[in-house]
Structure formats: structure tokens, C-alpha cells
Design a protein around this ligand. Structure first.
Ligand code: AMP
Ligand code: MG
Length: 402
């Protein structure tokens, strides 16, 4: 049994980078950037008015009201490209270039037009309501770097610097295979002794959030030869094969045996983790293989700790693991003597603004009904007995769609 941190190191050291492709800007959200994004212009590209009003010389309007001749108009997209002399003002719109000679913009609400002239009703300091050329960024500067996950907030940056196409890391091809002779698909009514497969769908849901292209393989029965055939085939076409079930100590747990008989390189097969101890990580041909346990909560936990990390590393992400935060434990929680725990929780904020982690009722790793409410996992170190309510605990947020 190896510690979780060591297991994650092993995953990272065996996750190859997948290579790069170009996608259209509108399809880039969520993908991992694979190039430097460089400003190809100054921003703003010229001294820009921040208000509708009049471009003036601050010295001309030190005493107000100050009457100035209107020399012209500078609109967004159609500037007034002359030297503005003392005693003059230029009518200007938000986003328009500030003419040479002007050093401030007075907003239109503090002005009044009188017989073709303008009266400035309040003085302005030099520089007021002007955003100077290159004050946001200089041409040639790097704005975003490879490994960042493209968010909607970054789209304006990419668009503004002309990235109609963006270089991103290729999407991992993931095959998912639920194993267990008791399983039927979601569209079937389980007969006696059967249950519906949920793990394939859980893994598909999470893997898609990591940009994977997911192929759901047929449900596999507990038979070593059949598992071998299905795994050998899958490994030829996918980057990562993720199985669930059949990794414990039962008489019909054949996943590891099948991998070993196929000559897979097994990197680990037991992790000091609750839930999820029997997690397997291997390589079969060119494909990485995660053999996740069968219980649905273990699947969610082990996917997010290990498989998600691999999928992100293969895309060159800077942040591969779920980021850690701290919260205050809302109820007593039992740890485990020999394993680190990652237990489902809901997060909420109390009246003082303190982030609380409320452990969900723990019906064991099969309890996907209570897990449905989970928004985070609480991490309890190995060796801990009971952690008391009010203690500061480490948490990771589960990936969410919103
Ligand atoms: P196993 O690891 O194969 O011993 O499975 C542990 C438990 O998880 C058993 O109760 C299985 O029936 C259940 N299980 C295994 N695979 C799935 C699946 N794909 N969907 C839902 N439950 C499963
Ligand atoms: Mg089984």
C-alpha cells in the first residue's frame, strides 16, 4: 500500500504529453493552452477617452466656467488627427483617440454647449479620463502561457490579439469499461441479482470535464479471458483505459489478473486511501490503465485524485491535481488509522462568512445517494482518530459545471 502523494507522483511520471492541435477561438474554452499568447499591439493602441465629453487642456479650464471653441470631433473609429491648440476643445466619445495637445477629458455632464462653443463647468486634472497608450499591455509582452486552462474570462484577451485559432493540447481519448457480471445498462430493467451500471456514466461525466473524448465499451462480465480481449483491443486505440470493478480480493475480481497476463506494467495496485484502496494504475502497450474499484463513491474519488490528474498532465496543464483549500469541519468526523481519507462533503458559509465543510452521511463507498449532494471532499490524514467539529481541515472541491 503506497501513500496517495506517492501514487500521484507515479501517475505524473507516466503521463505522456499528447501533442498539440489548433482549434477555433470559440471552441477553445476549457482546453489547455499550448502556446504563449503574445500581445501584437499596445493596449490601448492609442491614448483613449474613457468618457463621452470634451478633450481639453487642463490648464485652459483651471478657472470655470471656461468657454472653449469646438475644434472638431473624435469618435470611436474616426479620430480627429490634428494638433489641438490652447483655447480649443474637441468633442470626444468613449473609446475614441484623444487628440494631440489635449491632456484631459471632461465628461459631457459637466459641460454645456453655447452657440457652437462649449463651456466647461468644472476643472479637470491633467490625465483625467484618458487611458494612456500601452498602459494595459505593451506590444510583444506575453499575456497567457502554455498550461493555463482557457476560461471564458480569457477569451477577450485571445480575441483582442488576433488568436482566431488557438494552439491547445490534444484531447485524450478515453475508453471506459465497467466490469461485473451483475451489470446491465441504464436502459435495461435489472433482473434478479442484477444492478444498473452507473460507473461508466460517472467516469464519462468527469472525464468529459477534463476534455476527454470518451468511448463507452460494452459491459464486461467477470471472466479473465473476456477482460483480456476487451482490454487488449481498447489499449490499441485509446490513450487511457479506465475500468471499474474487479480489483478487490473477491474470487471473481479478475481485472488485475487480466492485466498481468497481458503483460501490462503495473505501477501500483493499492493506495492508502479511504475510499479507494484497491486502485490500480498500469500501462498496457501505449495506453495508461486505471483500474478503479467498483463502488460508485470510490469511483468518483479515485477518478478525481488519479485519472483526472493524468488526463490534465497529458494535456500539459500547469495545475494537474484538484486545488486544496481549507474549511472548518461542521461535525465530528472519524478518520482511519492506516489510510488517508477523502470523504464527501457539502460546503457552506456560516453567518460570519466562515467556509464550513459538512460531511455527508457516510453510508460507505456504495452510498451514491448521499454522494449526489457532494461538492467537495474532506481530506483527513492517516492515523487520525476522530477529528472534532470546529477543526480546520483540508478540502478539495469536486469539479462542477457551474
Ligand atoms: P467490485 O469492486 O467489483 O467488487 O464491486 C464493488 C461493488 O460495486 C459491488 O457491489 C458492485 O456491484 C458495485 N459495482 C461494480 N461495478 C459497478 C458499476 N459499474 N456501477 C454500479 N455499481 C457497480
Ligand atoms: Mg465486481
Amino acid at each position: 500500500m503506497i501513500p496517495i502523494a506517492e501514487a500521484i507522483e507515479i501517475v505524473l511520471s507516466h503521463a505522456p504529453h499528447l501533442g498539440v492541435e489548433s482549434v477555433q477561438l470559440k471552441n477553445s474554452v476549457g482546453r489547455i493552452l499550448a502556446e504563449d499568447v503574445i500581445a501584437d499591439t499596445d493596449l490601448p493602441p492609442f491614448d483613449r477617452a474613457q468618457m463621452d465629453g470634451y478633450a481639453v487642456r487642463a490648464a485652459d479650464v483651471a478657472n470655470t466656467p471656461a468657454r472653449l471653441r469646438i475644434a472638431g470631433e473624435s469618435a470611436a473609429g474616426a479620430g480627429w488627427h490634428h494638433e489641438m491648440s490652447s483655447g480649443a476643445a474637441v468633442r470626444i466619445m468613449t473609446g475614441a483617440p484623444v487628440p494631440k495637445g489635449a491632456d484631459a477629458v471632461q465628461q459631457v455632464e459637466l459641460t454645456r454647449e453655447v452657440n457652437g462653443d462649449v463651456e466647461i463647468l468644472e476643472s479637470v486634472s491633467s490625465g483625467r479620463s484618458i487611458v494612456r497608450q500601452a498602459s494595459e499591455i505593451k506590444a510583444g509582452e506575453t499575456v497567457l502561457r502554455p498550461g493555463e486552462q482557457i476560461s471564458a474570462a480569457m477569451i477577450a484577451t485571445l480575441a483582442s490579439f488576433g488568436y482566431a485559432e488557438v494552439k491547445v493540447s490534444r484531447r485524450p481519448r478515453v475508453a471506459v469499461m465497467a466490469t461485473g457480471s451483475e451489470l446491465v445498462d441504464v436502459n435495461q430493467k435489472p433482473a434478479r441479482d442484477q444492478i444498473r451500471d452507473s460507473n461508466n456514466y460517472t467516469i464519462e461525466a468527469y472525464a468529459s470535464q477534463s476534455n476527454a473524448i470518451v468511448e463507452r465499451l460494452p459491459l464486461a462480465v467477470d471472466d479473465t479471458e473476456e477482460l483480456k480481449r476487451a482490454m487488449r483491443e481498447a489499449a490499441e486505440t485509446c490513450d487511457v483505459l479506465i475500468t471499474s470493478g474487479g480489483v478487490s480480493m473477491g474470487v471473481y475480481d479478475f481485472t488485475k489478473a487480466a492485466l498481468k497476463e497481458l503483460g501490462a506494467e503495473i505501477f501500483f495496485e493499492r493506495v492508502a486511501l479511504r475510499p479507494g484502496k484497491p486502485t490500480v494504475f498500469a500501462r498496457l502497450g501505449n495506453a495508461l490503465v486505471f483500474g478503479l474499484p467498483g463502488n460508485p463513491v470510490s469511483v468518483a474519488v479515485t477518478f478525481n485524485l488519479f485519472a483526472r490528474t493524468a488526463l490534465r498532465a497529458m494535456q500539459g496543464a500547469t495545475q494537474t491535481t484538484l486545488s486544496e483549500e481549507h474549511a472548518v469541519l461542521a461535525r465530528d468526523l472519524k478518520g482511519s488509522i492506516d489510510r488517508e481519507s477523502y470523504l464527501p462533503a457539502v460546503l457552506r458559509t456560516d453567518e460570519k462568512g466562515v467556509l464550513l465543510a459538512e460531511p455527508l452521511k457516510w453510508g460507505g463507498s456504495s452510498d451514491f445517494i448521499s454522494f449526489a449532494k457532494a461538492t467537495a471532499l474532506i481530506n483527513i490524514p492517516a492515523g487520525a482518530k476522530t477529528i472534532e467539529a470546529g477543526s480546520r481541515v483540508k478540502i478539495v472541491r469536486l469539479p462542477a459545471n457551474s
